[in-house]
Design a protein around this ligand. Structure first.
Ligand code: SF4
Length: 352
C-alpha cells in the first residue's frame, strides 16, 4: 500500500496560547523528543515515496530547538513546504534571532491575530501579555522587511472593538511603512469556522447587523484581502437561508485522496487534517496499531467523521440540525461541518 504523498505533522510541543477560537481545540502541551519525531517518520516511511514530516501543527516554532527541528525535518522530508506565514509572536519577543531567521527562509508576510484592545485580545488568546507581544512583533516584522497581515475575529461580544482596531492601524501607519519596502500591508476580519473552541461562540455569532457596524476602512481592507466586494462570499449568509439551500443538497463527501495530511497528537493518535482532531476523526494510534491498519481506516472512511461524511447526505444533516430561525452568518462549507459535528457528537453520546 503506497500513497503518492503523505504529510505527517507531529504535535511535539503544542502552543503557548489558549485561544478561545482555536479550531484545533485546546489540549495539554506535549514535550516530545527528536526520537519521537524520528519514530513518527519511520512509521510513515514505507507507505509513500514522497514523505514530508513536520514537527508541529499548532504554534509554529514554539519548540526551544525550532531551528534544529526545521533543519531535521527538511533533511528527512522528500519534499518540504516553505515556512507558513503563521509565526510565533511568543517566540519573536523572546528570541531576537527569530524574525531575521524567518526572513532567511523566504517569509515576506506574517499573520497575527487580534480581537480588540489589550484586555479583549488577552482574554481571547487566554494569556496575559499577548496583545503587547503582538504589537512588539509587528515592529520587529516591519524592521525586518516582513509585512504584517492582521486578522481579527469578530463576534457580537467584541464588535465594539472595531473602532479601536481601526485607530490602531492608523497609529501604526502600517500601510505606508510596508510600502517603504515594496510590500503590501493587509488586514481582514471574519468569524472563522464554528468548530473546535470557536463553537462556544455560536450564541454570539455575527449577523448582518454586526456587518453593518464594520468601519469603511476595515471593510475595504477585508474586500481587498478576499479579492471580492461580495459580503456573502466573505461572511456567508443567514443560517436560515443556508439551511433552506442545503436542505436540497443530497450529496455526501469522500475526503480520501492520495496526498493526505495527517495530524499526530502528542499521544501518537492519528487524524486526517480535515476538522478538529478528536475522537470523531481518530484513525488509530502509532504506538498500539500497525500503520497498515491506520491507513486502511483512512482509506475506508472508518472513523465516525469520515463515515458520516461519506454516508449521510447534507440534506439529512440539515433535517436533523438545521436552524430555520437563525440570522447567524455561515458559509456553506463551515455550516455543513457544524451540522456534521452535531450529528457525530450525538452518535458518540448515544454510545455512552
Ligand atoms: S489558534 Fe493557534 S495560537 Fe491559538 S491556541 Fe490554537 S494553535 Fe495556538
Amino acid at each position: 500500500m503506497k500513497l503518492k504523498k503523505i504529510t505527517a505533522c507531529l504535535d511535539m510541543y503544542g502552543c503557548p496560547n489558549r485561544c478561545k477560537h482555536c479550531w484545533l481545540a485546546i489540549t495539554p502541551n506535549g514535550n516530545l523528543t527528536i526520537e519521537d519525531l524520528k519514530f513518527t517518520y519511520q512509521a510513515f516511511r514505507p507507505f509513500t515515496d514522497d514523505l514530508e514530516i513536520v514537527s508541529n501543527y499548532r504554534e509554529e516554532d514554539y519548540a526551544p530547538n525550532y531551528k534544529e527541528l526545521w533543519n531535521l525535518t527538511s533533511e528527512l522530508s522528500d519534499s518540504k513546504t516553505t515556512h507558513f506565514e503563521n509565526i510565533s509572536y511568543w517566540r519573536a519577543v523572546r528570541d531576537s534571532d527569530y524574525i531575521p531567521w524567518l526572513y532567511t527562509l523566504g517569509v515576506r508576510a506574517a499573520q497575527l491575530t487580534v480581537f480588540g484592545d489589550e484586555n479583549t485580545t488577552d482574554f481571547f488568546v487566554g494569556r496575559k501579555g499577548a496583545f503587547k507581544e503582538i504589537i512588539k512583533t509587528i515592529e520587529q516584522l516591519v524592521q525586518n522587511r516582513i509585512s504584517p497581515r492582521i486578522q481579527m475575529f469578530i463576534y457580537k461580544n467584541n464588535i465594539d472593538q472595531l473602532p479601536f482596531i481601526e485607530k490602531l492601524l492608523v497609529d501604526l501607519n502600517l500601510e505606508e511603512r510596508c510600502k517603504s519596502f515594496d510590500k503590501q500591508f493587509s488586514f481582514f476580519l471574519h468569524q472563522g469556522s464554528c468548530s473546535g473552541e470557536n463553537a462556544q461562540f455560536y450564541e454570539d455569532w455575527i449577523t448582518n447587523e454586526e456587518i453593518k457596524q464594520i468601519p469603511e476602512k476595515l471593510l475595504k481592507y477585508t474586500f481587498k484581502h478576499f479579492n471580492t466586494i461580495n459580503k456573502k462570499e466573505i461572511w456567508g449568509s443567514p443560517e436560515k437561508e443556508v439551511s433552506e439551500k442545503l436542505a436540497l443538497d443530497d450529496s455526501t463527501l469522500n475526503i480520501v485522496n492520495d496526498t493526505p495530511v495527517f495530524y499526530v497528537d502528542n499521544k501518537f493518535n492519528v487524524y486526517p487534517n480535515f476538522e478538529t482532531p478528536s475522537e470523531i476523526w481518530l484513525l488509530g494510534n502509532l504506538k498500539t496499531m500497525k500503520m497498515e491498519e491506520i491507513l486502511k481506516n483512512y482509506l475506508q472512511n472508518t472513523s465516525l467523521g469520515q463515515k458520516t461524511l461519506a454516508e449521510v447526505s447534507t440534506a439529512e444533516l440539515v433535517r436533523e440540525f438545521g436552524n430555520y430561525e437563525s440570522n447567524r452568518l455561515f458559509g456553506e462549507c463551515d455550516y455543513k461541518n457544524l451540522l456534521l459535528h452535531k450529528y457525530c457528537r450525538r452518535k458518540l453520546s448515544e454510545k455512552q
